[in-house]
Write a protein that binds this ligand. Structure first.
Ligand SMILES: [Zn+2]
Length: 346
């Protein structure tokens, strides 16, 4: 929970990771390229005083994660969104067992989302069913640009992806987070293109599609899709750190998102450990769209509360303490009745 000027903010960090990018886990040069590229994002967009040293960055472990998020970072609840990258890392990049053990050891604080790759066909589909049961999955993170053998990615519209998404609907894995946008060496930008979200969002009305990184740099493509599809949401990972180095660029991003997508469908996330939540939360609460940028409406305190946590809490059915809900609507984190939702949107 974060408090500033008498206002209290319930914070959900909707995109965090527990990775192992160490040399000992790298399979080939691409494992090194990938973690080095992450480190560049971290170093170039973070305030100088919160930049980690490289070795600590490649592997930090659960204890540091808990401190950075929950002790220092104001986070009330965090959601793992792991990337597998089995072609680049011996034991995968996101550490499933470690993250799952941490989730179990800290009840109510963490949600473990897993991943799937439709190129694994029937075997992967069977695995998804087992994973859904083991982890009690409510969500998955998809990485459409992931390499697998000769393949340099897949599309959400591929026939096998449809079968996996049908299984998600059936298994109650309702929150589909998709990395769409920023490329990371050696992956291909076009394999992260946001366009295929349009078709699956229309065809799977029972699923929420959270487009992580808002499709950047194709923000406009994302906005024109998201405004048409009621089940498409924006995840601010990678977008929000620009609040420090390029505040006008961030103002443009958040201004466009508020205009097209609306304050009820935007989720805060640090993308930990790409960045740490403490400074992001502080700067976001203090942030205002510059007056000179007259095309954009101001970023209200209510919008900030929704974006920082209440939107993701609603999607994940988190129990938000009474004092941190919106006073005017009595908005809760639990399953919201259709009537209640309308009153929030009006
Ligand atoms: Zn991502």
């Amino acid at each position: 929970m974060y408090e500033k000027n008498g206002e209290k903010y319930y914070v959900v960090d909707a995109h965090v990771a527990l990775w192992d990018g160490r040399e000992s886990n790298q399979k080939n040069i691409h494992g090194k390229q990938f973690i080095d590229c992450f480190y560049d994002y971290h170093k170039n967009l973070s305030p100088e005083e919160v930049v980690w040293d490289y070795d600590a960055y490649t592997y930090y472990g659960g204890e540091r994660l808990m401190k950075d998020l929950f002790v220092d970072g104001y986070v009330d609840h965090a959601i793992f969104q792991p990337a597998f990258l089995g072609d680049f890392y011996e034991n995968g990049f996101g550490q499933t067992e470690e993250a799952w053990a941490l989730t179990q050891a800290n009840p109510g604080k963490l949600t473990y989302n897993h991943n799937f790759d439709p190129r694994n066909g029937q075997a992967g589909l069977d695995q998804l069913r087992r994973d859904a049961e083991r982890f009690g999955l409510k969500g998955v993170k998809l990485y459409t640009a992931e390499w697998r053998g000769d393949s340099r990615g897949y599309k959400l519209t591929d026939p096998w992806t449809y079968r996996y998404l049908e299984a998600c609907e059936e298994l109650g894995i309702t929150n589909i987070h998709i990395h769409k946008g920023p490329t990371i060496i050696p992956l291909d930008r076009d394999a992260f293109d946001v366009a295929d979200v349009d078709a699956v969002a229309t065809d799977f009305q029972g699923l929420n599609f959270v487009v992580e990184h808002c499709g950047l740099p194709r923000l406009e493509d994302f906005c024109w899709i998201a405004t048409q599809e009621t089940n498409v949401h924006a995840g601010l990972a990678v977008a929000i750190p620009f609040i420090h180095t390029r505040p006008r660029y961030f103002a443009q991003i958040i201004g466009e998102l508020l205009y097209w997508v609306g304050e009820d469908k935007i989720q805060f996330s640090s993308d930990y450990a790409l960045w740490t939540p403490k400074w992001l939360v502080e700067k976001f609460v203090d942030f205002q769209i510059p007056e000179a940028m007259t095309e954009y409406a101001p970023l209200t305190t209510t919008a900030k509360k929704k974006i920082l946590g209440l939107n993701a809490a609603k999607m994940y059915g988190l129990d938000v303490p009474e004092e941190l809900r919106l006073a005017d609507t009595g908005e809760v984190g639990l399953e919201v009745a259709a009537g209640a939702k309308e009153s929030v949107l009006s």
